[in-house]
Ligand binder design. Structure first.
Ligand code: GAL
Length: 659
């Protein structure tokens, strides 16, 4: 056990006429604060005022996002979780009380930026949570480190441990045109197989239903006659099918009548807002999905619009905070929790069937680590997408920086490359009628101005290369997810979790660890070069060239569009799989283990059926890979999984290194 960072009795609490206020000691000049969820704009949180609302749009550095989380971490090593489902305003060590203030030298600023830059307070400070409501207090949890890595792990384990994807969930997801009919959808799915673009998940957008906005959750026979035959064909071709929806239930839905008494008193787009806080409502919703959709072969869902609109939006779709629900849950809390409740309801369907899912959701909240849902957004800033990938790892979130379109070939490839290093890789081509390789410019795509066929082929080939690289790392990434489950360590994570002592990393929000041994630093926007900082504590090997770099140094990486600067931690092993078109029940990956350095640490692969929850009851093997100069490679298998082998280790390759 680690010592607590401060005396718990030093946490201050008070109740004002309208607020519950908590002051948590934060007397750490020179330390930094991270966390608060899927924040698109802020990485370092000290000195900022946060507004932790579930929000569909970016609101500066407030932290309002698709996944605001009242959990933060200090570089001193500890974490603090404030258990509220209301919308707190948080002052992160930015205020000083009169009593605690110390003299501050007054600098004369010469720019607006300087004048209004985040300014951590001088003197004794706190992280102050101002929470609406004054009736029942709030629980505060302190997670001791010793470093933020262990605090993150403890928080995720406290949440229930990280979600483990089905093996196929680590493949590529392609979502097709929103108005696609059966023929268009099938054409895209078939084209990917023909063009050898690996793909495991195929997503249908609103048009699969008779009504969307609000939703009927019933198949449109007009666009999808004999949809079951289509599902069967897609499944036979190795696809897992994901359906778009939201939980606002249209009067035309078979769910309308049963849910009518179990919904809020306001409608959204004419649809019922499900009172998920009532277990009966959640059950009705889940049963419908189980019996009508999952039984028919659907493997996942995408819950859209379960998020709130920003206050600056004068035409919001969300239900008001004053909505009354029969269960008694308050409207503000329901707005914050709608996405989370949805996830729990859908997750129960899969859990009961002993079948894993890898789904999508546009809003979540605290303690989300066990939920197998990936967050996504309509925002599209490359830098924010990259920062969110890093931020997500502090608070148990999965982020899917999806690809929709691009202004140039270079940007398209860099976006696909970024997506390929996320917990979920998704091309969400919902607003273009033709597949992305036929035309990546949205306007031209929809005006049928397609690229010449040769160019289409070039794009498809390059996409296939990038996706193949991801597929080659799936066994490696899968092992990382098993650690997420048992140890709470997220597989895609901030460098601070691995190198907490390196102060140069405190503002590095555009590089991350991908698994235990790889540092990824995607090329932003349409650029073909970038600077990469390599953390102190070990040497790094640039994957493509084999060149060794000292830790604590910077280097410039130059590459082709879609290349991701990748650096391997020296003295490690990485298992590379031969890419496959999709991951079936019987897929056995052919693996070459690459050796980086003379005295590599062991690497442990995990093997199970890849689709059920039997691994939680012990049906899991570990394959420990080790290599020494004299004995060369060896594999030691242990565990109680008795099914077909997932891995065939066919080669060991020592990578030649250059200075
Ligand atoms: C958006 C959603 C997109 C797409 C679209 C379909 O709100 O974020 O990913 O699903 O709806 O209408």
């Amino acid at each position: 056990p680690s010592p607590l960072p401060f005396k718990l009795s030093d946490i201050r609490g008070s109740i004002t006429s309208a607020r519950t206020v908590i002051g948590i000691p934060c007397n750490e000049p020179g330390e930094e604060i991270y966390g608060f969820g899927l924040d698109p704009q802020a990485y370092q949180q000290k000195g900022l005022r946060k507004y932790l609302a579930v929000c569909a749009a970016v609101m500066g550095k407030t932290g309002a996002s698709h996944g605001p989380v009242p959990f933060y971490l200090s570089t001193k090593g500890y974490g603090v979780y404030v258990d509220t489902a209301r919308i707190p305003v948080v002052h992160t060590a930015r205020l000083t009380t009169k009593a605690a203030s110390s003299e501050q030298a007054q600098k004369i600023a010469t720019s607006m930026e300087e004048l209004y830059a985040p300014r951590p307070a001088q003197g004794r400070t706190e992280v102050i949570f101002e929470i609406p409501g004054n009736s029942c207090g709030v629980d505060v949890y302190v997670f001791a480190g010793p470093t933020i890595r262990e605090s993150v792990q403890r928080y995720n384990l406290f949440s229930g441990g990280g979600a483990v994807p089905p093996l196929w969930g680590l493949g590529m997801k392609y979502r097709t045109y929103t108005k696609a009919d059966k023929a268009t959808a099938m054409n895209v799915a078939k084209a990917m197989r023909r063009m050898k673009i690996p793909c495991d998940m195929f997503g249908l957008e609103p048009g699969w239903q008779t009504h969307a906005y609000s939703c009927s959750l019933a198949w449109s026979d007009k666009r999808f006659p004999d949809h079951q035959a289509m599902l069967d064909e897609l499944i036979a071709d190795g696809y897992h099918i994901n359906l778009w929806e939201h939980a606002y239930i249209n009067p035309a839905s078979p769910l309308y009548k049963p849910l009518l008494p179990h919904s809020g008193d306001f409608l959204v787009w004419g649809g019922l807002v499900v009172d998920f806080a009532d277990p009966k409502a959640s059950r009705i919703f889940a049963d419908y999905h189980a019996n009508e959709l999952v039984k028919a072969g659907i493997s996942g869902f995408k819950a859209d619009e379960c998020d709130n609109q920003p206050l600056t939006d004068c035409t919001p779709f969300n239900f008001p905070t004053s909505t009354i629900f029969p269960s008694g849950i308050d409207g503000e809390q329901m707005l914050q929790l709608y996405g989370t409740y949805y996830q729990r309801s859908i997750y129960s369907v899969f859990k009961e069937r002993n079948q894993r899912t890898w789904s999508d959701v546009r809003a979540t909240s605290a303690l989300a680590a066990p939920l197998p849902f990936n967050l996504y957004s309509d925002a599209y800033s490359f830098d924010e997408y990259l920062r969110q990938l890093v931020n997500a790892s502090f608070t148990g979130l999965l982020w899917s920086p999806e690809v929709r379109d691009a202004g140039s070939y270079e940007e398209l490839m860099n976006r696909i490359a970024l997506a390929s290093f996320a917990p979920q890789m998704c091309l969400n081509i919902w607003y273009m009628q033709h597949p992305v390789w036929e035309q990546f410019n949205r306007k031209k795509n929809n005006a049928n101005e397609l690229l010449p066929e040769k160019e289409q082929q070039r794009i498809a080939n390059r996409i296939a290369q990038i996706v193949n690289q991801r597929y080659s790392l799936i066994p490696y990434l899968y092992a990382g997810f098993q650690r997420y489950h048992t140890e709470g360590l997220p597989p895609v994570r901030s460098l601070l979790l691995d190198f907490p002592a390196d102060k140069n990393l405190r503002n590095v929000d555009n590089e991350f660890m991908f698994g235990d041994n790889l540092l990824a630093a995607p090329l932003p926007g349409k650029s073909s070069a970038r600077e990469v900082y390599l953390p102190e504590g070990c040497r790094w090997i640039e994957m493509k060239s084999g060149r060794i770099y000292a830790g604590g140094s910077k280097c410039t990486f130059k590459g082709a569009p879609g290349d991701v600067p990748l650096f391997v931690r020296e003295n490690t092993l990485i298992p590379f799989a031969k890419p496959v078109q999709y991951i079936g029940k019987d897929t056995c990956f052919e693996i070459t283990v690459k050796i980086y350095g003379d005295t590599p640490e062991n690497f442990t692969l995990t093997e199970d059926d890849g689709v059920s929850f039997d691994f939680e009851r012990g049906a899991l093997n570990t394959l420990t890979l080790s290599w020494t100069e004299d004995k060369k490679g060896s594999v030691v298998k242990a565990g109680a999984y008795k099914g077909a082998s997932r891995y065939n280790i066919t080669g060991w390759e020592k990578v030649p290194l250059t200075q």
